[in-house]
Design a protein. Structure first.
Length: 131
């Protein structure tokens, strides 16, 4: 999905599928997800992006991760604030299409993950992502 509208459309499709599957048209979407052990498509999308980004960040896949600039290295003003070591600097986009790129859009999700889940290995990171 490239926009909020795409995400909403996918969630509507999953909501419809859950209602067909359960044959219950009054069951709320969140309750249906919990009842059948499904994850929302939006959460699965976020999880997949973060898993792929983790592999890039840690050098597990062929990607020039040396191009990642940590916030603590780039901004002298924020050294006074608490910044986790894995936080990446997010450049101001030059175009709308750049904001939709994988790397740019995932940095916001990445910076929201607590450091202890990133620095303690893949299994800890993966378990954190299990909503």
């Amino acid at each position: 999905p490239k926009s909020i509208g795409d995400i909403r459309e996918a969630e509507r499709a999953q909501k419809y599928a859950l209602r067909l599957y359960s044959n219950n048209w009054k069951l709320p979407y969140k309750a249906a997800l919990d009842r059948f052990g499904w994850t929302s498509l939006y959460n699965r999308w976020k999880r997949q992006k973060l898993i792929q980004f983790y592999k890039f960040y840690m050098g597990h896949q062929d990607f020039p991760n040396r191009t990642f600039i940590h916030t603590s290295q780039y901004c002298e003003k924020i050294i006074d604030r608490r910044v986790d070591p894995h936080h990446l600097y997010i450049f101001t986009p030059g175009s709308v299409s750049f904001t939709q790129t994988f790397i740019h859009s995932t940095k916001y999700l990445w910076n929201a993950v607590p450091d202890e889940f990133i620095s303690n290995g893949y299994q800890t990171f993966y378990n954190y992502l299990r909503y």
